[in-house]
Design a protein around this ligand. Sequence first.
Ligand code: F6R
Length: 369
Amino acid sequence: EKGGYDYFMLKEIAEQPKAVADTLLGRIDLAGNLCLDEVRIPASVLREVSKVVIVACGTAYHAGMIAKYAIEHWTRIPCETELASEFRYRDPILDQRTLVIAISQSGETMDTLMALRHAREQGAKVLAICNTNGSTIPRESDAVLYTHAGPEVAVASTKAFLTQLVACYLVALYLGQVRGTKWGDEILSVIRELSEIATQVEEVLETMEPVRELARTLADKNTVLFLGRHVGYPVALEGALKLKELAYMHAEGFAAGELKHGPIALIEQDVPVVVVVPSPRGRSVLHDKIVSNIQEIRARGARTIVIAERGDETVAPYADHLIEIPATPTLLQPLVATVPLQVFACELATARGNEVDQPRNLAKSVTVE
Ligand code: F6R
């Protein structure tokens, strides 16, 4: 059942290229158009959407944070992403023109379910992104886009996260297509790159041995910090969450621009800091900012573990450890940048003698508050 792997988590990490490809399957036609008829919200309704609100918990929330960057960039519709546990207890401003997207692997997370009920009571349309057929969240939503990750057994979410991202990109691109906003060369080229992304995830998986070796050398550390900007920021949060839940280590993710507002005080000799570097092409401002952040923390003694695009020579001199990933458009980078962080957390947990598939105090599906 574990298919020759020691843990379900390792098996599920390895299944990611297939999970991603399956989630794309049949949803993009040969001409590069999105075919999401299964999302049974009429195009006329989608054209009228004035705001998107994404609600989710944990790892699914990180997928939602990334979706915000994609939705606003490709559709120009204002989008907020909120923790379901916060959203359900406040008075959010929603109406018939609000599209609420609830993201959940299990489809049974209590806070996410309550958030979607809260939204529907106010007349908002709810679209679920879910991995479990017929579970409660899709049943109570107006529409559903299923992720096709297959069953995820390990408590820590890996392949479900990547497929949640794919589903979010599909929804963002579909909204763009239906509304005709910014529907141009950029979108078509992104769709092309998205259809090939499974191969790149595969490439990342083939180069993970140095990441495992590195993780083993850090088993006695007390803390690991994670930095990112733009979509790299939720990736940093996800890397930190994986490490907390699996390795039981103190880990924190920060937006790199916040360093000077406090977190830089945590940097001392030899603290491992993982930095997610955006592509040097395209938005080079982001890239240059993060290169200076790496220099700043390294000057204060940090041990820098840098995840960067293959061939990005500007960061190499400041990386104590360089983890190279394939080139992708910035918005899609989380699909490849997250994978090394999953492997890193899994290996550290193993090195510390932890139960990888069943971390202490955690349940796969959180059906209580
Ligand atoms: C982390 C993890 C959790 C879940 C969260 C939401 O690895 O698995 O943070 O992502 O409990 O679960 P779902 O997606 O089932 O609503």
